[in-house]
Design a protein around this ligand. Sequence first.
Ligand SMILES: [Zn+2]
Ligand SMILES: [Zn+2]
Length: 118
Amino acid sequence: MKRSPLRARPPADRRSEPGYVAWHAPVYGECAVCGKRDRLVRHHVVLQQHVRALGADPWDLRNSILIGSGFACSCHRSHHVACRRLPLDKVPDAAIVFAVLLLGEERAQDYLGRYYLR
Ligand SMILES: [Zn+2]
Ligand SMILES: [Zn+2]
């Protein structure tokens, strides 16, 4: 069987989407998980692809938790790389409300229970 050469698919360019810039605006402060000061990144509480699949705004700021980007703490990296889940009690209320509005009460509870540590 002949294999077609592996082609790296360029990441979709989201930069022109409304809300992208605000979501990625640099913030410096305390990591919501461990409290260390760092440059912060917004993590999608409901994963971006799931928000998109439901036709909602992937850059809704309510659906975010600000966590250290990796200089002072490894909370964000370990969540994604080592699958060490973030504690649910650190997730901002606004993000929980967003998840409930998006998924409904029951599915939101399931979802958050699956991706975050209770
Ligand atoms: Zn941290
Ligand atoms: Zn993340």
